[in-house]
Design a protein around this ligand. Structure first.
Ligand code: URP
Ligand code: ZN
Ligand code: ZN
Ligand code: ZN
Length: 478
């Protein structure tokens, strides 16, 4: 088996940092050693097949993006990244594992959805991948199917309080699924927005001629997120099901989570880079020569971007510091403007929902370190270690330790990354939600199960390198 030695770097974990060399044998980390170690009389730097000099750089566990949607059918079209293009872009950005959502839409069989997702992903991924299961309708069949999830390595599932007629479950359905999840030790993930009320608000706005993307953010008011978050918390509390609220964007929803956690409830929250950086006013309300006020469609996602005047973005950063939110995923769900987002010209309700960020998450979150809002350790914890623990992969993923998979990123704090104007990214999109962002730091080297897949500006990965990860139960169950 080929060995790789990473020398001279600062190894960063969720709990500390220090100078160390990392030895990978084949696919597995076998040593985290004193710099310049001699093992059994052998100087490792001379005997390793490959030696990578990480002097002046951080050596971190590969990023884990626990929320992606590759090839998701949505709004009459399909998310534009395939498993092939999406995992390649993720690799470029220092992410070595993704968890995508296998989909059951209302009225279809859950087992068919999972089989379809395996067929889409198998043999096409550049990095390892797992699945959560979307439950698009709770009935006797899907409740029964939940009993088989854990054996398939799918230990978390998502329900929607939004999107009536597509993915929506009502409170009675949610209650029944949570009862079952509590019995089985599954983690319930929730899209917490009051969908039926939002649909009424959206229809009223369109009737008034308010059809631009900006009104997507008005219809999906923060009150609708706060209310649904509270309802999800109480249903989870009653059923004793652990709860993970996805893509939290409203400060009032964070306050609900903080209140619940302070009162001993087993609830968790994820936010996404878009809710830390972007806003209702600047992005959803944007206009351009090319698109006019439809420019804002680039940033139509749900939950929506929130008002900067109301201070949601600052509150998200604060919540990441105080652990009121525990993780940052992307909710990567890309659509091109031409032929996809433009389905909603004249009616924001028809704009497919989603933003593409899978390539930029590690860089964007590193800016929190640069600005002093996050420690290096917290950066690693939010983007890799907690996702591994939350979703039953820790030990193999999320940490640099003997026995772990050789998923390692070498990050150069002195590098610079321009998310420039034009196509400087590798996602399959005709625009970027992050155009113009200047990043301090650069993903230099990405190693996936012992194989160097990104080396500076060279891509060395291949489709089919990535394997399905059968996940164990969440470490956050109590
Ligand atoms: O806008 C979004 N988030 N699209 C993906 C579907 C979802 O609700 O996560
Ligand atoms: Zn969602
Ligand atoms: Zn999503
Ligand atoms: Zn580069």
């Amino acid at each position: 088996m080929a060995t790789t030695l990473i020398t001279g770097g600062t190894v960063v974990s969720a709990t500390g940092r220090g100078a160390a060399d990392v030895l990978i044998d084949g696919e597995t980390i076998v040593g985290v050693l004193e710099p310049g170690s001699v093992l059994l009389g052998t100087n490792l730097a001379e005997s390793a097949d490959t030696v990578i000099d990480a002097t002046g750089k951080y050596v971190i566990p590969g990023g884990i993006d626990a929320h992606t949607h590759f090839e998701l059918p949505f709004g009459g079209t399909e998310a534009s990244d395939t498993f092939e293009s999406g995992t390649r872009a993720a690799a470029w950005g220092g992410t070595t594992t993704v968890i995508d959502f296998a989909v059951q839409t209302t009225g279809t069989r859950i087992q068919d959805g999972l089989a379809r997702w395996h067929a889409k992903a198998e043999g096409n991924c550049a990095i390892d991948y797992g699945f959560h299961q979307i439950m698009g309708g709770v009935d006797e069949d899907s409740l029964k199917a939940m009993e088989g999830f854990a054996a398939e390595g799918i230990t978390s599932y998502k329900m929607f309080m939004a999107y009536p007629g597509v993915f929506y479950s009502d409170d009675g359905q949610i209650l029944r699924a949570m009862q079952k999840a509590a019995d089985l030790g599954l983690l319930t993930m929730m899209h917490a927005e009051n969908g039926p009320a939002i649909d009424v608000l959206a229809a009223q706005l369109v009737e008034q001629g308010k059809t631009d993307p900006y009104y997507h953010g008005i219809a999906r008011a923060w009150q609708m997120e706060e209310e649904a978050t509270h309802r999800a918390i109480m249903l989870a509390d009653l059923t004793r099901a652990p709860l993970y609220v996805v893509h939290v964007s409203a400060k009032q929803a964070v306050q609900q989570l903080a209140w619940a956690r302070d009162n001993g409830k087993n609830v968790f929250g994820e936010t996404c880079p878009q809710y830390l950086y972007l806003s209702l006013e600047e992005q959803l309300g944007a206009s351009s020569d090319e698109w006019g006020a439809f420019e804002g469609a680039k940033w139509v996602c749900s939950t929506p971007l929130r008002s900067r005047e109301e201070g949601h973005q600052d509150h998200m950063w604060q919540a990441l510091r105080t652990n009121d939110l525990q993780m940052v995923s992307t909710d990567h769900c890309p659509f091109c403007m031409k032929g996809q987002k433009d389905l909603g010209v004249g009616d924001f309700r028809k704009i497919p929902n989603g933003i593409g960020s899978v390539e930029h998450r590690m860089d964007l979150m590193y800016q929190g370190v640069v600005t002093g809002q996050l420690s290096l350790e917290r950066w690693v914890e939010l983007t890799s270690t907690t996702p591994a623990r939350m979703f039953g992969m820790y030990g193999k993923k999320g940490v640099i330790t003997p026995g772990a998979d050789g998923d390692v990123v070498i990050y150069d704090p002195n590098g610079h990354t321009s998310i420039g104007v034009g196509k400087t990214h590798h996602m399959n999109m005709d625009h970027s939600a992050w155009e113009g962002f200047e990043i301090d730091g650069h993903v230099d080297t990405v190693i996936s199960r012992g194989k160097v897949i990104v080396d500076g500006n060279r891509y060395l990965g291949a489709k089919g390198d990535g394997r399905f990860v059968k996940r164990g139960l969440s470490q956050y169950l109590i």
